[in-house]
Design a protein around this ligand. Structure first.
Ligand SMILES: [Zn+2]
Length: 147
């Protein structure tokens, strides 16, 4: 097996793990999960949700997502701010394409690769990542591992 194929298998597996991690989210409209991997270690994780200490409800009475809900990527990155690890040179696995707000955080946190599993109608986040020379890869987590 070539190095490229090995990397692809790892990417698919981490992406599937991120999808399982998304199940932690109590958000009704959409569940998103993220993992930060560095040197083959998961150094952080996140899913979309309200900040620590807030009620575990993402939507208001009109089923609109509350403005203070953090996206999975933002939760994974800010979790690192409280740890002794850092994301410099790491890979972010996220189940949905990052938005432009998260793309800014990804760039500033030194993440060098982003693997995502679901396309979004807006591509401005993805485009910003590319402009910052971050490798961006879309993978279908359902993809068969044997090729
Ligand atoms: Zn976002």
């Amino acid at each position: 097996m070539t190095t490229d194929n090995k990397q692809r298998l790892l990417d698919l597996r981490y992406l599937r793990m991120a999808r399982i991690w998304a199940e932690n989210s109590y958000c009704q409209r959409r569940q998103v999960g993220a993992l930060v991997v560095k040197d083959k270690m998961i150094i952080s994780d996140g899913y979309n949700g309200t900040p620590s200490g807030f009620e575990n409800v993402c939507e208001d009475d009109n089923n609109v997502t509350k403005p203070y809900v953090l996206h999975a990527e933002a939760n994974a990155i800010t979790k690192l701010a409280r740890s002794s690890n850092n994301s410099d040179g790491s890979t972010l696995y996220v189940t949905a394409a990052p938005c432009i707000e998260c793309a800014k955080l990804i760039i500033q946190s030194g993440i060098k690769r982003v693997v995502y599993g679901e396309k979004y109608r807006f591509e401005d986040g993805i485009n910003l990542l590319r402009r910052a020379d971050i490798e961006v890869l879309y993978l279908n987590p359902e993809e068969n591992e044997t090729e």
